[in-house]
Design a protein around this ligand. Structure first.
Ligand SMILES: Nc1ncnc2c1ncn2[C@@H]1O[C@H](COP(=O)(O)OP(=O)(O)OP(=O)(O)O)[C@@H](O)[C@H]1O
Length: 423
């Protein structure tokens, strides 16, 4: 796969009225037998846009992609490709508008890699036509872009799972459609090829194509997609730019997961850290885990990575967290900023100004419980003001630097069942 891929014949991508979305799904419902899988799904993918379809296993992502591709018939609703109802299009015409990279990559027959990529040209061939120069160019460019040329003459049964996935990508690219549907395009790929694949899709999209990709890796989805559609519990739960859709609340709602959403310092896009809520999670006991009654105001005292982890874990579990006093630039301060948690900082290696100490004391007073992490407030703690913060706290729970995920949440949950304010 080349970083700078060739133009990949984008003639079709620029075709048509630019106001008409290449993919538009309205009120789509699909069931298998009498089991409904999705209902009322609306989504559109514009030219120049990569939309990520995320959601838990079995949410119906593949089902939606298959309905768009036309390989299953919806019970209700409509799929439009370039403005035309998909059901009014012949298979050949649909194949000139949308190409798919399926999740299932087992190909039983002993075709050569090159033959499989050539199959992408089928919708462009007349009934009695052989491949012409344009087809050969499209196949060559697609193989080059997907990086499969090296094993083009090998049997498909003799390449690895990841290589096979790239062959199917090459087949879709050879189809030269305005729209691409990708079902877990990076699932079997090593990190290098995963990034290259999404960079390639991004490049195609920036060239005017439309792409809809089911993606489990939320960090990758956030990094590459213009928009994310969250599919869960039979329908679309949220849709919009990654930074508005990938929130702890949305992830709890869709995945029943406790997750902290920060900002990647490398890419600036949202990055998701999921925690094991287990049976012990503060809010994991019931599907109503977001119940505000279970949420506490927790003030964290401590610094460095352990305090940062405490802030992330508590915020992921739905608690309202504040932090301080921590040195400016401390890891915990960065996590608090990502969590939109109030944080009091002070210049490092200097006495804490009294007004900063008072701010932290006020936060601790307003909290239900103060979590002292590591040596905070104990002998050797360089921030003497932590003592004042702890003195102002009605309830204190203590965890050491190596606390387990459940320990902190248990301690906070149980803090109002016993007087834990002993210092
Ligand atoms: N042919 C089928 N017959 C019956 N049920 C099916 C069929 N295909 C899928 N399902 C069911 O429909 C639901 C949605 O499946 P789908 O493959 O669309 O989910 P998904 O979101 O793509 O999941 P994953 O993330 O695991 O790939 C699942 O419960 C699945 O078991």
């Amino acid at each position: 796969m080349t970083a700078e891929s060739p133009a990949l014949g984008d003639a079709d991508a620029s075709a048509g009225d630019t106001d008409i979305p290449p993919i538009e799904v309205s009120d789509l419902s699909v069931s298998f037998g009498d089991v409904p899988v999705v209902s009322g799904v609306d989504l559109r993918v514009e030219r120049g846009s990569l939309v990520g379809l995320v959601g838990p296993n079995g949410a119906g992502k593949t089902t939606v992609l298959r309905a768009i591709k036309g390989t299953l018939s919806p019970d209700a609703g409509e799929v439009r490709l370039d403005g035309d109802p998909a059901e009014s299009l012949s298979a050949r015409e649909a194949g000139r508008r949308v190409a798919g990279v399926p999740q299932e990559t087992s190909l039983a027959f002993d075709f050569r890699v090159r033959q499989i990529v050539e199959m992408g040209r089928t919708p462009h061939l007349g009934r009695f036509d052989g491949h012409g120069p344009d087809d050969e160019r499209a196949v060559r460019e697609a193989m080059d872009a997907a990086g499969v040329e090296r094993f083009a003459d090998r049997a498909i049964t003799e390449v690895s799972g990841g290589e096979r996935q790239r062959v199917l990508l090459a087949r879709a690219l050879a189809q030269e459609t305005a729209s691409l549907l990708l079902d877990e395009p990076t699932a079997s790929l090593d990190v290098n090829h995963a990034v290259r694949t999404l960079e390639l899709v991004r490049e195609l999209v920036d060239g005017g194509r439309a792409a809809l990709a089911a993606i489990h890796d939320l960090d990758m989805a956030a990094r590459y997609c213009d928009e994310i559609v969250v599919l869960a519990n039979g329908g679309v739960r949220a849709a919009g730019p990654p930074e508005t859709v990938l929130t702890a609340d949305a992830l709890r709602d869709a995945f029943d997961a406790e997750a902290f959403v920060g900002e990647s310092p490398a890419t600036g896009s949202p990055t998701v850290t999921a925690f094991d809520a287990g049976d012990e999670g503060a809010l994991a006991d019931s599907p109503d885990s977001a119940d505000p009654a279970d949420s506490r105001r927790v003030h964290v005292v401590g610094s460095g990575r352990p305090a940062g982890r405490a802030v992330a874990r508590l915020a992921a579990a739905g608690h309202a967290v504040s932090v301080g006093v921590v040195p400016e630039g401390d890891a915990a301060a960065g996590v608090a900023a990502d969590a939109d948690a109030p944080v009091v900082t002070a210049p490092p290696f200097a006495a804490v100004p009294s007004e900063r100490r008072d701010e932290a004391v006020a936060l601790a007073r307003a909290a239900d419980v103060t979590a002292a992490v590591g040596k905070a407030g104990r002998a050797g703690d360089e921030l003497g003001s932590n003592m004042a913060v702890l003195d102002a706290s009605d309830r204190i729970v203590r965890v050491d630097d190596t606390f387990g995920d459940g320990d902190l949440l248990d301690a906070v949950r149980e803090s109002d069942e016993a007087d834990t304010s002993g210092r």
